[in-house]
Design a binder for this molecule. Sequence first.
Ligand SMILES: C[S@@+](CC[C@H](N)C(=O)[O-])C[C@H]1O[C@@H](n2cnc3c(N)ncnc32)[C@H](O)[C@@H]1O
Length: 358
Amino acid sequence: MTHFLFCVCQLGAEPAVKAELATLRPELRFAYSRPGLVTFKSPSPVAPDAPLPAVFVRAFGASLGPAEGPAQVFTMLSGTCPEGQPVRLHVWERDVTRPGEEPHGFRYGPRAAEVRAALLAAWPEGQHPLLPGEVAAVGDRVLDVIVAEDEPWWVGHHVHGPGHSPFPGGRIAVDMPPEAPSRAYRKLEEALIWSGAPVRAGDVAVEIGSAPGGASYALLRRGVTVYGIDPALMDPVVLDYRGPADNRFIHLHRPMSMVQRADLPTALHWVLMDVNLAPQVALITARRLAARPRHALHGVLLTLKLDDWRAVRHIPRLLASIGAMGMEEVKATQLPSNRMELFVCGLTRAGRQRLTGP
Ligand SMILES: C[S@@+](CC[C@H](N)C(=O)[O-])C[C@H]1O[C@@H](n2cnc3c(N)ncnc32)[C@H](O)[C@@H]1O
């Protein structure tokens, strides 16, 4: 049993992780950090299935320490995981820059694939049968190997369950079509995959802060009709879009303060928001548009901008105010593509029923 916990986050978000952990797990002491990786020492052993509801932590688990190669990784694995227990292998790269600042042509994956191949080639199948594929299922024992240029691998393990991403390191793979007007396309696809929000073809959504249109384009491609509120220009690929079921984009070409609930269809299923304004200000409009008539509303999908990491202390209050918009469930995370911001998904009773219903 190890006494260390590892947390992986966006590069630069380490202070936010420390601040969150100081509140959530005050018994932990900061131990070590690298960009995008923070470890903590616990007075008691860290269980691999312990939950950690931290917004800024993308991946976490019991930390086993650095390793120079496969043999050392397998010794660590044998020391923590009973022989014969199947293991899923997650190998991923720590962030190399802040999101969106990667060098031209850079992509995450090749370095991790190389390390994964080296581990698979030497895998002790007799001791720990390897689960095929990378997407974790509830209850899986996951071996975490975090890689970075010119550094030993960092090894940990966890049991997959609520709060853990099924994908290695919480990095959600999204293919962005070349014509997508902005990286918000990726952000919204990540948000839908992470939250599991039941957005369906035929739904009607409003996006506050829709230009140039990456998120709207992602919704349109999913068959949603989108009302976009923004005084800035929308990309023609969005304006000209016609879906197979005739879903389309309608531009309310003005600031959000000049849009009334009556300007939108009575049956509105989703309220999205991605404006570069303080959350307290932006949420006033989201609340207004999510209010009556609310019979059809399934939820809200909101990007909240942060001024700096000290804003972390306001998050519980912001989430409570989103809950008070009629949401039965509210969850938040910093998605891999989020910059100085976080994503919040709130679901109404109707939204939750759609998730669990037929
Ligand atoms: C991060 S961008 C939105 C990106 C967009 N969601 C996409 O998918 O491409 C923020 C947008 O908020 C808009 N915005 C700022 N203040 C606004 C206001 N008062 N009302 C409506 N939109 C506003 C800006 O014009 C800008 O287009």
